[in-house]
Design a protein. Structure first.
Length: 557
């Protein structure tokens, strides 16, 4: 960072002057004043540059790109102020993380692993205690006083409505409060008071940077604009009123900024966490587009200022991987509240829907128990199950299933592992029924674009009869004609068309038969985090009647 040059002047006491006469003293004082003046000739105090990062949830990832643009163009950052997602990004940068470090964290993180639905709701719909632990580990448990760059996290007192620019205590707690959207997250207690998202009163707190002595203020506003408005929707009208209130406060406080940057994210949903890379790029381009204006504001304070490109060194890839792994594993092992969750799942054996209820977490720890009713073609089935899972994606389940035509229940179990982010491997065993065991693997999103995703599934099945092993390969494509995703208050929805092939090969004849799958489906992500996918498919087999199937994939909290 650019530093101010200072001259060190030592003032001698009267008794130390070598001359005693008044005329000599006058000469001495004159020389002293001249020396001070000479030391300061040509010296300009560098302007203190403050960067203000506003709220906007997923859209706030664009702040990372803006920071990169400032570094590449030699614009130093002497002060950081943040609200909500802006507070998260600002805290990491103030703690020493590089732009590339933050890009890796943002693109690799699955936020759904760090927030839990509160069922039944209590203070909010989602708890953020595990996310706070994760951030605290990344921030190395630092207080505000220990940060490399001064940082202020803006929060709102939920009782008085007072806006606070927090600069004391544990940084992660201040950030947790700053991102706690009312109704979605519970309020965060700090010294006997409760606080929520600073964006409720100050979405772009440029005034805070002014109050803290910034000479040049660069503010980023990732505001939302609706492309179309349905005035017949009660939720839409309530949402618009909230937007107007927040925008009114933002316009009042943003006037303190010298430069206001608005990335091109105004039509994107705050829940679209799948667009991290796109948001970062658009923040970078927005910063470059207004770089001349930023430099002009700096030069207005110091015409001799030199813009020297730099890059905050951050952490090595090895250090970053170690820290994030520690943060994720530690957060995953925190106690989670007891949940009673309705389930709508897909039967692994018959690929047909099941409805039921699951009790998990709380005193059960890593275990869960539950009941399911299967919507089978000829008769329903009922089962009770016991399951176990660990934070690394390994799961085991054992179940007892009864059907009307069976005298004794069928016993079975399955073990699944997440081999990679989009690769799951499952082994299934059943002591009674058509299928004896099955080994499956599924890779979703093997190739992706804005309008299509390519998936690949494979099964090795052994039936209980004398039939041979059966190998099934199922490549499929989901085609999304409508982009971007539709936002419905608490969820993102994106319908698609489905085209698939199914190749089946018995091990004895090695004669492959093919069938075709056509259908429609929809991806749905609640709060942009929890995926639920429903698909209606018609399977066409040679010399056989068409067969309709309903496939459902749901998240397990």
């Amino acid at each position: 960072m650019r530093k101010v040059r200072r001259c060190k002047i030592t003032i001698l006491r009267k008794n130390y002057f070598p001359f005693r006469s008044s005329s000599c003293r006058v000469v001495g004082l004159t020389l002293l004043v001249f020396t001070i003046f000479a030391c300061n000739i040509g010296v300009h105090a560098s302007p203190r540059i403050g960067v203000v990062l506003g709220g906007g949830a997923a859209r706030g990832f664009s702040h990372i790109g803006l920071l990169q643009a400032l570094e590449e163009n030699g614009v130093p950052i002497d002060l950081l102020v943040g609200t909500s997602m802006g507070s998260i990004i600002a805290s990491l940068y103030a703690a020493g993380y590089s732009v590339n470090n933050m890009r890796q964290i943002a693109t690799q993180l699955d936020i759904a692993e760090l927030v839990d639905p509160i069922i039944p709701p209590k203070g909010g719909l989602i708890t953020s205690s595990r996310l706070q632990f994760y951030l605290d580990t990344l921030l190395q448990h630092k207080t505000f006083a220990e940060l490399d760059i001064p940082f202020y996290s803006v929060i709102t007192n939920v009782k008085t409505g007072e806006e606070i620019a927090l600069h004391d205590g544990l940084v992660s707690v201040g950030v947790q409060a700053s991102m706690s959207i009312p109704g979605l997250f519970p309020p965060v207690p700090i010294e006997g008071q409760y606080y929520v998202d600073g964006g409720m009163k100050n979405a772009v707190p440029a005034n805070v940077a002014k109050q803290q002595g910034a000479d040049v203020i660069i503010a980023v506003n990732v505001k939302k604009e609706a492309e179309s408005i349905n005035h017949d929707s009660l939720m839409t009208n309530l949402e618009l009123v909230l937007w107007f209130m927040i925008e009114g406060y933002a316009q009042m406080n943003i006037s303190a900024a010298d430069v206001v940057i608005i990335p091109d994210v105004k039509h994107d949903s705050y829940m679209d966490f799948q667009k991290v890379g796109s948001f970062i790029e658009r923040g970078y381009l927005a910063g470059l587009a207004q770089m001349d204006e930023i430099k002009a504001a700096v030069l207005a304070h110091d015409p001799t200022f030199q813009f020297i490109p730099y890059a905050q060194p951050g952490f090595t890839d090895l250090e970053l991987a170690s820290t994030t792994r520690l943060a994720i594993s530690g957060a995953s092992r925190l106690p989670r509240p007891l949940q009673i969750i309705p389930e709508l799942t897909l039967d692994t054996l018959d690929q047909l829907p099941q409805i039921g209820v699951r009790i998990s977490h709380g005193f059960l720890g890593p275990y869960s128990i539950g009941y399911r009713y299967g919507l089978h073609r000829l008769e329903g089935s009922q089962e009770i199950f016991w399951a176990w899972s660990n934070p690394d994606g390994l799961k085991a389940e054992f179940f007892a299933r009864t059907q009307t035509a069976q005298d004794t229940p069928a016993l079975g179990g399955k073990v699944s592992a997440r081999a990679a982010k989009d690769l799951n491997v499952t082994a299934l065993y059943l002591n009674k029924g058509k299928v004896h065991w099955r080994l499956s693997s599924a890779r979703t999103g093997l190739a992706t674009s804005q309008y299509a995703k390519f998936d690949l599934m494979a099964h090795l099945t052994k039936q209980r009869t004398a039939a041979p092993y059966e190998i099934t390969v199922n490549p499929a494509m989901r085609i999304f004609p409508f982009a971007p995703k539709a936002s419905l208050q608490t969820a993102l929805i994106q319908p698609y068309g489905y085209v698939g092939l199914r190749f089946t090969t018995p091990s004895d004849t090695l004669k492959t038969t093919a069938s075709y799958e056509l259908g429609v489906g929809s991806e749905c992500r609640f709060f942009g985090l929890y995926p639920v996918e429903t698909r209606v498919v018609c399977e066409l087999k040679p010399d056989a009647a068409p067969q309709w199937m309903v496939k459902i994939q749901t998240v397990e909290f």
